[in-house]
Design a protein around this ligand. Structure first.
Ligand SMILES: *Cc1c(COP(=O)(O)O)cnc(C)c1O
Length: 425
């Protein structure tokens, strides 16, 4: 199946007389005929469901669709993108371990790593995604357990050189984890470039309609945990909390990582997506390929329009040929990048605020990456506690406007931007 077909058909094949749409198994628990039957599930000896804190059939159908889209061997849904990022790292790293992460990542992920996971005793080295080979090499330590980066970073829109970082990670015997939220598997499939684990905030383009917060983790099944068994004892030695199961032995390279995350992290931390939200996510996935194409076409036209306007100082969009990341974007995402653009208007903070007041089609919202066009002025909202100097240091100028281009008629979006720009002439 090609990706457009997978969006519709992967993950669920109804048998004779069964519902064509995936069933919503809105049940916390599952019934068994004998205690022995249930015991086998608890020992992970037989596949099956017993409690929705760990696993649910609706979720698994949707996760299987995302795994098919990414070209992975196993996947799980989480309650949020944050939970997916957390689990993806915590599944293979703990107290005393170290992670190399791109510094150009989503702010929530940066906080999760730099504050909350540091409190758990995991150390992080943040490196510029455009760093030299020497700087990259120097970031690794004997206790490094993974490398983390974002295909297209939110909100900086830097493009991550996946192949380069995969090679570096593998030469140190650790996997590369990629947050593929902005590109989606429609535009980029990180496993084809050497990444080992992919995470998503499904809240964004995958859901695509502002209906549900969610996340997903996908395993490529390619990373050889056994070849680096000393680094990953949680996968390669018996788990005493699960009757001495060794995940790589029992589930193979294709299933060990996700089974461990389900059996240990979902069991203990319980950040599962509700089956109802998984159903909505599946609806979003059905149109993902069509929507991504439209998001990219619209954003390209809007970026080119903004570039020509005298009220606009600068435009950052990786689809523009003069963009710093154009070449990398062409390599990893030849069919388009995403619908998010950032730009600056003449007149700084005041002009940006005035401009946004006049918008009628584009809505002011903290969200990005869904069907509706929306805008955010970080300096007067998410980053409003910072001074102009602090904003500059954070890479978010007082004039910066983040525009998430939706799938409305692009002429309406451009006319709206045009009349609002005229207001700040
Ligand atoms: C939004 C976002 C997240 C966090 O996801 P939530 O679903 O909001 O928890 C992680 N990574 C990226 C790139 C995001 O845009």
């Amino acid at each position: 199946m090609r990706k457009e077909t997978k969006c519709i058909q992967a993950g669920y094949s109804p048998k004779n007389g069964e519902s064509r749409m995936i069933p919503i198994i809105q049940s916390t628990t599952f019934k068994y005929d004998t205690s022995e039957d249930m015991g086998k599930l608890f020992d992970l000896e037989a596949p099956g469901y017993f409690y929705t804190r760990l696993q649910n059939p609706t979720n698994d159908m949707v996760a299987a669709k995302i795994a098919a889209l990414e070209g992975g061997t196993a996947a799980m849904l989480t309650s949020s993108g944050q939970a997916a990022s957390f689990f993806s790292v915590f599944n293979i790293a703990g107290q005393g371990d170290h992670i190399v992460s791109s510094s150009s990542i989503y702010g929530g992920t940066f906080n999760l790593f730099n504050v909350t996971m540091k409190r758990m005793g995991i150390d992080f080295t943040f490196i510029d995604p455009d760093c030299s080979d020497e700087e990259l090499e120097a970031a690794f330590r004997p206790n490094t357990k993974a490398v983390f980066g974002e295909t297209i970073a939110n909100p900086a829109l830097t493009v991550f050189d996946i192949e380069r970082f995969a090679d570096a990670a593998h030469s140190h015997g650790v996997p590369l984890i990629i947050d593929n939220t902005f590109a989606t598997p429609i535009n980029c499939r990180p496993f084809e470039w050497g990444a080992d684990i992919v995470v998503h905030s499904t809240t964004k383009y995958m859901d695509g309609h502002d209906t549900g917060v969610g996340g997903c983790i996908v395993d490529s099944g390619k990373f050889d945990w056994n070849a680096h068994a000393d680094k990953f004892p949680g996968l390669t030695t018996p788990d005493e909390s699960y009757h001495g199961i060794t995940y790589t032995e029992r589930f193979g390279l294709e299933g060990a990582y996700i089974t461990k995350a389900t059996a240990q992290l979902m069991r203990d931390l319980g950040s599962i997506q509700s089956p109802m939200n998984a159903f909505f996510l599946n609806l979003g996935l059905e149109s993902l390929a069509v929507r991504m194409k439209r998001h990219c076409e619209n954003a390209q036209k809007v970026a080119e329009f903004l570039q020509k306007r005298p009220e606009v100082n600068w435009v950052n969009y990786p689809g523009l040929p003069d963009n710093k990341y154009y070449k990398l974007a062409q390599k990893y995402m030849p069919e388009g990048t995403c619908g998010v653009i950032s730009f600056g208007v003449n007149g700084g903070r005041k002009a940006a605020e005035e401009f946004m007041k006049h918008l009628k089609v584009a809505m002011i919202a903290t969200h990005v990456a869904d069907a509706h066009t929306c805008v955010l002025h970080p300096a007067s909202s998410t980053h409003r506690q910072l001074s102009d100097e602090e904003l500059k240091a954070a890479g978010v100028g007082a004039d910066l406007i983040r525009l998430s281009v939706g799938i409305e008629n692009v002429d309406d979006i451009i006319e709206d931007l045009s009349q609002a720009l005229e207001s700040i002439r």
